[in-house]
Design a protein around this ligand. Structure first.
Ligand code: SAM
Ligand code: SF4
Length: 363
């Protein structure tokens, strides 16, 4: 069997091969992991870059069926962290040499929100001597808004496609213009045209999702030549419509195992991109992120959201680190990175070599 795995890994990886590899366990999985690790060390090295994550608001205009902060969930307290506290968190990241932060929130497209983010980006750049890198993850916006935010200081954007299957996408979202697969994909083009480093990703182990769907997700990311990826297991939340499908979910260990295989395979397919070890992995296994860092991931996102609001950004249940302060989170992170035999890449923006080398003309 082992020879078989090595032979498959040497050949062309299409849907059939990837779907098979995604199911590996035991000794065969170890072979996959060692190949991914070899590719990781040769192309992105041992360094792990930090992105201080601020989840600054759980107000969302959308109603994705899987998400705990969807508009229709009346069971949560909505919050909006004041600009001053967000800027302080940014300064914390800068002073602690994280060198980059992520601003994430529910999706809103109203002009008050767009102007607020524009101002916030400018203030953060000013207050951190233009040194702190800023990634944003604020959902689908017009090309004009993406440009406005880029010109105000953001340079990376994370927009998960959630699944590359239009059929599955429809099952996971209300059927209306606000939740349209084609529109979401076209946002990836807009972002790239504006000049962002573009990140996407998917959830793993969704109801109805097959290994072939996940194989196509990997090929989607390769075809779109993305610069960064953040993907992780789907974790159910009881106050969401998708919870009704919980009987059909894969066991949580299988979602976790498949997530690691997805990361390893993406590293093999896209040698020089940035791949995040996401928090959802840690929600399942306390060592989840370390495991991911060993087999292909090279970015970690310490949560620096002021602690008072962390419990209200529950996309899924049992989200970890909701009561640690930013400092505890940072200390814990460097220990975790060393445990994974990796080095904290402090004081560097940590752009993916892929972005630096990318020569594909803009569309
Ligand atoms: N609102 C923005 C958007 O949707 O792009 C950014 C924030 S949203 C909370 C970030 C990501 O959380 C989504 O892209 C989705 O993949 C993930 N997410 C939401 N609910 C989840 C769940 N139940 N399990 C795992 N991930 C989830
Ligand atoms: Fe809103 Fe993003 Fe959650 Fe969808 S995934 S409901 S857009 S926060």
């Amino acid at each position: 069997m082992s020879n078989n795995i090595n032979n498959i890994l040497k050949g062309d990886l299409g849907v059939r091969e990837l779907a098979y590899l995604l199911q590996l366990k035991g000794a065969d999985q170890k072979l996959l992991f060692s190949k991914a690790q070899e590719v990781q060390l040769a192309n992105v090295g041992r360094k792990v870059f930090y992105r201080g994550l601020v989840e600054f608001s759980n107000v969302c205009a959308k109603d994705c069926f899987y998400c705990g902060i969807r508009k229709g969930n009346k069971e949560i307290d909505r919050y909006n962290i004041e600009d001053e506290h967000i800027v302080n968190a940014a300064k914390f990241a800068w002073e602690n040499k994280y060198s980059s932060m992520v601003l994430q929130a529910g999706e809103r497209n109203d002009s008050a929100f767009i102007d607020r983010v524009t101002k916030l980006l400018k203030t953060i750049k000013y207050e951190t001597n233009n040194e702190l890198g800023i990634t944003i993850s604020l959902g689908e916006q017009t090309a004009g808004t993406y440009k406005k935010w880029f010109d105000s200081g953001a340079h990376r954007y994370l927009l998960r496609i959630e699944t590359s299957s239009p059929v599955l996408y429809k099952q996971l979202h209300p059927d209306n213009q606000m939740h349209d697969y084609t529109k979401r994909v076209s946002c990836l083009d807009s972002l790239r045209n504006v000049g962002y480093q573009v990140g996407t990703g998917v959830m793993i182990g969704l109801p109805w999702q097959t290994y072939e769907d996940l194989a196509r997700d990997l090929l989607f990311m390769k075809e779109r030549d993305i610069d960064m990826c953040g993907m992780g297991p789907y974790i159910e939340h009881e106050d969401t419509p998708l919870y009704a499908q919980k009987e059909m979910l894969w066991p949580i260990e299988e979602r976790f195992n498949t997530s690691l295989n997805m990361i390893a395979l993406l590293r093999i397919l896209m040698k020089d991109i940035n791949i995040a070890a996401t928090t959802a992995l840690q929600a399942i296994d306390p060592m989840g992120r370390e495991k991911a860092l060993k087999i292909g991931a090279n970015v970690i996102m310490p949560n620096i959201t002021p602690t008072t609001h962390r419990k209200d950004y529950q996309l899924y249940q049992n989200k970890p680190c909701t009561d640690e302060g930013a400092e505890d989170c940072g200390n814990c992170m460097s220990i975790r990175i060393e445990m994974a035999d990796r080095e904290p890449g402090l004081g560097e923006w940590g752009d993916s070599p892929h972005f630096q080398n990318r020569t594909t003309p803009l569309k």
